[in-house]
Design a protein around this ligand. Sequence first.
Ligand code: NHR
Ligand code: GAR
Length: 216
Amino acid sequence: MKIKRLVVLISGSGSNLQALIDQVHLIPKVLAEIVAVISNRADAYGLERATAAGINTQVLDHKAFPSREAFDQALQGLIDEYAPDYVILAGFMRILTADLVNHYHGRMINIHPSLLPDYKGTRTHERVLADGKAEHGASVHFVTAELDGGPVIMQVKIPVLPHDTPESLAQRLLTQEHRIYPAVVKLLANEQVRLGTQGVELDGQLLTQPLLLPSN
Ligand code: NHR
Ligand code: GAR
């Protein structure tokens, strides 16, 4: 099997990028290489993580473009220079146009900090607490034009604890994000998971519900 080329898009800290560097990038037997990290923000700490790992970095500042369409056209051009097999959103905070998303149909994934389809959008930890939920989690999904609405590949669940704040909940979930995202990228790189016409397939079988990452 050919080594899969991954482009990772970030906007911030890049701790999920770090998990991919540590658990996926050029790890023996995984067959995947992060060929570039692209940020829409020049001050994203994740750029330093990429540089430290010897990975190409690019900054494309959305504020330098007159419209979302213009930014996305430039972004698509930049991504395609690296001829990726998969495009991985890791804390990337810009909504993408349908044209860009469709160009990478079945080849773009995102990690979202909620048990989708619940709590699409932002400030998920705060909203989960406000609603008095007993459980929270993260979802890795194929990206489609519908925001946070694409087919979910895998989820991880955590309990909400009595004294949780949005920050403590976010931190505990992040630890699990760092397990689930590499697990999904490995399944893609090994060609075990794909997006079929009816939904997500694992080893050629249509999933009737998302995979659940075992808790540790
Ligand atoms: N684009 C499409 N078309 N579909 C998805 O499912 C996407 C997407 C782009 C990003 C990540 C997503 C998340 O996991 C993602 C999924 C940013 C916003 C947002 O409101 C919403 C969802 C996600 C990422 N962004 C504001 C905007 O105007 C800017 C917010 C900011 O800069 O802080 O783009 O949650
Ligand atoms: C993660 O919690 C990720 O799930 C979330 O942002 C954080 C990024 O952390 N993503 C979104 O909210 C996408 N809109 P990181 O930069 O340390 O990986």
